[in-house]
Design a binder for this molecule. Sequence first.
Ligand SMILES: [Zn+2]
Length: 192
Amino acid sequence: MEEMDLSRIERAVREILLSIGEDPGREGLFETPERVAEAYTHLFSGLREDPARNLEVSFPAEGHDTVLLRDVPLASMCEHHLLPFVGKAHVGYVPEGRVVGLSEIVHLVEGFARRPQLQERLTAQIADALHESLGSRGSFVVIEAEQLCMTMRGAQKPGTITVTSAFRGVFDEEPGRRSEVMALISRSEKRG
Ligand SMILES: [Zn+2]
């Protein structure tokens, strides 16, 4: 994929500032286009990688117990407004002979989050990668996030949380597994 075109971002940001009636030459804004371009290289770095590659190094494991990562911090950008949505992801799977390092799952989440995204798609992509790329008996992802494009524009009150979930494999097929997952996750909320 092409490298990110920083000077093009800078020109575009300058255009936005002019369009809203600001003076891009004033002190506080003078370096803003450059700062935004620099920030975008981090916020959208996931476009230049295949996040599922984080699952390539796996280890043999016996047993079919659920592995759960709770409260993985999450920050992404809504592709409809280019405003952040921020929250946490709960990610788990039941191994089918292979497990991955827990930090690799965090990298998986980050890779998909660092793109223009929708919370629903982000949730599904992480679950699909764990189920298909790693090859699990089942996987699940629950994301709780505040959509700033909703709360800042007044469509929702600040603090309103959107919850999305995706269940694959045994979590999709066996209803008992789903309630097991929701119980594990809600236990974290009561703990605060
Ligand atoms: Zn939005």
